[in-house]
Each structure stands twice: as C-alpha cells, then as structure tokens.
Design a protein around this ligand. Structure first.
Ligand code: VGL
Ligand code: ZN
Length: 213
C-alpha cells in the first residue's frame, strides 16, 4: 500500500467563528478533521498540518494599502484579494483551533511568511517562487497519497490540492471537512469542480470511511 498522509489545511482560529477572516461554519471542519485523524492514526498514516503564518505587515493585508478588506489589486505582480489582517505570527488568531486533536499532528508547515507575496498553497507561494518544507517532508517519508481537508475551500485548500496534483501525489479531498470564503456564492462549488477536473477524488467523510473499511 502506498504511504498516505492526512493534510489539514489552515484550521486556525482566524478562519473560524469570531476570527479575523471567519469562514461560515469554519468550526465544523474540526469534528471531521478529528475523525479523520483517528482513522489515519489507526492505520499508521502520517498527519500533517499547514498554518497561515503572516508577519505583522503582510502585503496581503488591506491595512497595508489603505484599501477596504476584500477589495482587489496587485501584489508581487499577481492579482491579489486584500484581506483583513489575519493569522499574524504567534497571535491567538494564528493558533490551530483549540478543539483540533493537535497531539496527533506529526509536523506543521508555515506559509505566507514572506511579506511581499501571498501563499495560498501549502507547497508554494502564489508566484511558485519559493517552496515550503512540506514536499520535502512528504518525500522523506515516502508519502505518495494525500487526504486533504480544511480552510478555505476556495483558496488554500484548492491551491494546495492543485499543487499536490502537479507534484504527482494521489489526492483525495474530504468535502464536508472543508468550508469556503465564498466572496461569490459559487466559489466553493467551483473550487471542488476545479480540484476534481485536475484529478482529485472527492469524498464525504462517510464515503471515505465506507470505501476504505
Ligand atoms: C487563506 C485567504 C488568505 C486560506 C489564507 O487559508 O484559505 N485565505 N489567507
Ligand atoms: Zn493569509
């Protein structure tokens, strides 16, 4: 059997209720994440997580440009949505959700540390210029298959999944373990379609458990 890892994307306070960039029902990803963690640990799969981890004056923050949050512009020569200040390094908002079973996580990978460029994918920044340590870690552990869930469907989950496919991983997405920002209503359904079209296999938690008994 190929080595597999569960990849938990950005299940952080700022993307959950009361957070700076709260995603509707963001907290509801936690129970699904914990169920998958238990499932994976039982089988000896690795469990890793990404964490959006911005310096105080990150260029993706609307506050840095004196523009309204959720307005659009350019950063590092790329189209950029400017976000409320969120996931500032070492802040409470950047912490992983307190109910997430963090003891089970084997390694955490930070992204978005370079103030000049945003980083949705857990593998690369948005310009594909620099890489996080995630791919190297997975390679070192012989991992070829990923199960992905987390926040947000239409940003970090989507770009993480697309990069993972490009890097050659077999990628499964647990759809009910994801929630989206949905700046427009169709963004999350569209993101799931984009991931599937690129080669990801979509499951609900129940589907996954039934088909992988
Ligand atoms: C994310 C917007 C800005 C995410 C991170 O985790 O999906 N979205 N930073
Ligand atoms: Zn961010």
């Amino acid at each position: 059997m190929t080595q597999r890892a569960l990849l938990l994307v950005d299940i952080q306070n700022d993307f959950c209720a009361g957070g700076a960039l709260a995603v509707a029902e963001g907290d509801s990803t936690v129970d699904i994440a914990n169920a998958m963690i238990t499932w994976c640990k039982t089988r000896g799969d690795a469990v890793v997580a990404s964490q959006d981890w911005h310096p105080l004056h990150h260029g993706s923050f609307a506050s840095q440009h004196n523009v309204e949050p959720f307005s659009t512009g350019e950063l590092a020569g790329l189209p950029q949505t400017f976000w409320p200040d969120h996931c500032v390094q070492d802040s409470e908002g950047a912490a992983l959700h307190p109910l997430l079973n963090q003891r089970a996580i084997d390694a955490v990978f930070h992204k978005g540390e370079n103030p000049q460029i945003d980083s949705y994918s857990a593998f690369f920044d948005n310009g594909q210029r620099q890489q996080t340590a995630l791919h190297g870690w997975l390679q070192q552990h012989g991992i070829r298959e990923l199960v992905v869930l987390g926040l947000a469907t239409d940003y970090c989950v989507k770009f993480t999944v697309l990069d993972a496919l490009t890097l050659g991983y077999d990628v499964n997405v647990i759809t009910d373990g994801c929630r989206g920002v949905n700046l427009t209503a169709q963004d999350s359904p569209q993101a799931f379609m984009d991931m599937a079209a690129a080669g990801a296999t979509l499951y609900t938690l129940a589907d996954w458990q039934e088909t992988h008994a």
